[in-house]
Write a protein that binds this ligand. Sequence first.
Ligand SMILES: [Zn+2]
Length: 390
Amino acid sequence: MTWDLVIKNGTVIDPAQNLHAKRDIAIAGGKIRAVEEYVSDGDAHDVLEADGLIVTPGLVDLHVHVWWGVAHLAVEADPSSLYRGVTTAIDAGSAGANTIAGFHRYVMQKVDTRVLAFLHISGMGQLDSEIGELEDVRWARVEKAVEAARMFPEVIVGIKVRLSEAILGNNDLVAMDRALEASSQLGKPLMIHIGGTINPVERYLEQLRPGDIVTHSFTGNPPGIVDNTGKVIDAARDAMNRGVNFDVGHGAGSFSFDVAEKCAADGFGPGTVSSDVHRYNIRGPVFDLLTTLSKYLYLGFSLDQVIAFATQRPASAIGMANTIGSLRVGADADVSIIRLLEGNFELTDARGATRNGKQLLVPVDTVRNGRRYPPHHSAHPHLVGHHHGH
Ligand SMILES: [Zn+2]
C-alpha cells in the first residue's frame, strides 16, 4: 500500500478511542487509513518520525477570533491556529448576521485551518474595541441571526452573546433572551461570555439548557462561579449536572489561576479548554492553545484529560464527534504532533499572576487533510530565555 504520509513511533493519545499507546499512523488521500502498532513506510511519500513525541487528533479550539481585518481583536487563522497544533478553530462571535457572508468567503473558504463559528446575536459581531456590540440592543435581532445561520449550516455551530456590562450596559437579560431564542430555533447551542456582568452569574446559568456553553468560566472578573468561601456556587454545579459545558476561554482578561485552583480543589474541572486567542493576548499570556493546556497540566489534570479537553470534548460540544477530534480510521487526517517539555516554565494568567509549571506542551508539526504545517519556532516567544533539553 502506498501512503502519502506515515507518522512513525509516536505515543498516540486519542481519548475518543480510549487509546494511549505507541502507534504508527498511515495517511492517504487526506484521510486516516491505519492506526497500528506497525505500519510499513517503505512506499510512503513522506515519513514523520515521532519517537518521543505525542501524537493526538488535530486540536479543536472552541474559542478563537480569526475574522482578521473586521473584528477588532482578530488574528489570522493559520498562524495562530494551524501552525500551533489546532486544526479546527471555532470563532466565538467575531461575526454576526451582517458580516458572516464575508467571514465565510474571505476567511473560512480561504484558509487551511478548519474554521467554524458561533454567530454573534449582535449583527455587527465584535467589531469595535470601544463601542460594545449590544449597547444598542436593536443589533440583537433573532430573525436576522437565524436567517444568516441557516445560510451557512455546515460552519455555524451555535450562537454567542457577551453579557459584560462594559459591552451591553443593562441590556444583558434581553440580549440573553434573544440569544436563547435564536439558538433554540436553530437547535444549536448558545455560548455565553461571563465576567463583569450586572447580574449574578446564577441569573444566566439558570436559563441554560443541556449543551449550552459558558465561556470564561474561570474568570477573575467578578461575579464568577466561586463564592466568598472559595466554593463553587450551586447554580454552576446544577448547570454542569444537567449538561452545560464550562469552557475556559482564557483570553486577555478571563482566566484566573486563583479561581481555577479553587474550582479544581472543589472537584469542578472544565468541560473544554479553549484559548480565546486574539491580538491582545497572542504575544502573552495566551500564546496558543497548547500553552493554555499546559496550565491545566500545572493544575494537576492528567495528560490524557488535558488532550480530551481539546479534542473529544470540544468536538462533542459542537455535535461533530463523528467528524473531528479523533484519529479513527476514515476520519480526515487532522493530527497534532506535540513535544512535552520538562523544565521550569513561568505560566501567566489573564490577571498577571504567575505559576511555575514543570511541563510545557509545544507544537512540533500539524497535519491537516494530510498536509504538514510545521510551526515557526522563532514565533513561540514563550520559550525565549528558557533552557530546556530535548
Ligand atoms: Zn472571545
